[in-house]
Design a protein around this ligand. Structure first.
Ligand code: HEC
Ligand code: HEC
Length: 302
């Protein structure tokens, strides 16, 4: 507050308190001419209401007096009298900082400890596993299943097999949870029914499943020309696109001939929601550690 404003506020405070004090002191002493019947002589409503003269009740005087003194005390202790800071040096910023500090102290000290570790390190911590399991049951199990084994009907991958659409490092898993993921396998019905059937045989051949070699051979150039852009020339997938490895016997949308033909014919889309709006960064950190733990059960406490 500038000096001018400070002086103005001080002036207003002194003026108001002065007027109150004056009324206090003057009120009881003031001589108001009165009639013999203890009224002022003012009458309303044809004389049915007359203005009486009574001393102020004692309780009212005491209450007002103590509030007046309390007001002065407040202005001495707290800010309010212009730029005077108050003897207690109270500030609203200080009050907020205190409240925040008290809240932080109450916050689970566990989370503060977890912050010190990487996802990979935290995965070995039994307390983090417990907290992660609770968060997983609440938020993730609906799609990925209670045991995180996934759900083919939803295209939600098994998270325990250490086979990753988008990468299995602590950082990749954290990104998957924080930002969400959406893999798009386009539909290829336009290539023709026969080509789709041939391609399905070729996909089966990639993982060494029983297949029709002639049909697969017929599809090979199409795979190399069309599908390899995402799944790679060797069919091992591209994590940057979430295009799955087709050689590993692990199927996001089912590995039967009918499933694979349907995938190629109609396309597939997976939607992993983003959790950055619904969960705190600390929660996501613990969840990533939990996912890392269930996919690396051999990682011991460190
Ligand atoms: C609405 C269903 C749904 C929910 C809820 C869900 N997910 Fe997913 N999640 C998916 C789908 C579908 C994918 C695959 C995305 C794709 O195909 O591109 C996926 C992918 C992932 C991946 C990437 C896996 C990989 O192989 O790279 C991780 C990690 C993951 N989810 C963890 C979680 C965690 C942790 C939670 C809870 C906070 C969660 N998900 C909640 C549906 C879900
Ligand atoms: C634009 C990139 C892209 C192209 C091109 C593409 N795919 Fe895919 N494909 C994907 C993605 C992404 C997925 C995973 C979809 C999901 O996340 O649910 C997928 C999934 C699949 C799957 C299911 C795998 C499983 O584990 O269930 C098969 C089979 C497949 N693709 C075969 C093909 C064939 C055959 C072609 C060529 C005709 C092809 N894809 C072309 C991106 C592509």
């Amino acid at each position: 507050m500038s000096m001018g404003w400070s002086l103005w506020v001080m002036f207003l405070v002194v003026l108001n308190m002065g007027i109150s004090l004056f009324l206090f002191l003057w009120g009881p002493r003031a001589k108001i001419p009165s009639q013999p019947d203890q009224t002022t002589g003012h009458a309303w409503a044809h004389g049915t209401i007359r203005e009486g003269l009574r001393p102020l009740p004692r309780w009212w005087l005491l209450l007002s007096g103590s509030m007046f003194i309390g007001g002065i005390g407040y202005l001495v202790l707290y800010p309010g009298f212009g730029n005077h800071k108050g003897l207690l040096h109270w500030t609203s910023h200080g009050q907020l900082a205190k409240a925040v500090a008290a809240n932080d102290a109450k916050l689970d000290p566990l989370l503060q400890r977890f912050d010190l570790y990487s996802v990979e390190q935290l995965a070995g911590d039994p307390e983090a596993q417990q907290m992660g399991q609770r968060l997983f049951d609440d938020n993730c199990a609906a799609c990925h299943g209670r045991n995180a084994h996934g759900n083919q009907a939803l295209g939600a991958p098994n998270l325990t097999d250490n086979d990753w659409l988008y990468g299995g490092s602590g950082k990749d898993i954290t990104t998957s949870i924080h930002d969400g993921r959406g893999g798009v396998m386009p539909p290829w019905a336009s290539l023709g029914e026969q080509t789709v059937k041939n391609l399905a045989q070729y996909v089966l051949s990639l993982s060494g499943e029983p297949h029709d070699a002639k049909m697969a051979a017929a599809a090979e150039p199409i795979f190399k020309g069309t599908c390899a852009a995402c799944h790679g020339a060797d069919g091992k997938g591209t994590q940057a696109l979430g295009a799955p490895n087709l050689t590993d016997h692990i199927w996001l949308h089912g590995g039967s001939l009918a499933d694979i033909e349907k995938t190629i014919h109609d396309g597939r889309q997976g939607h992993m929601p983003n959790w950055d709006k619904r969960l705190s960064d600390d929660d996501i950190h613990v969840l990533a550690a939990y996912v890392y733990h269930v996919s690396h059960p051999d990682v011991g406490a460190q």
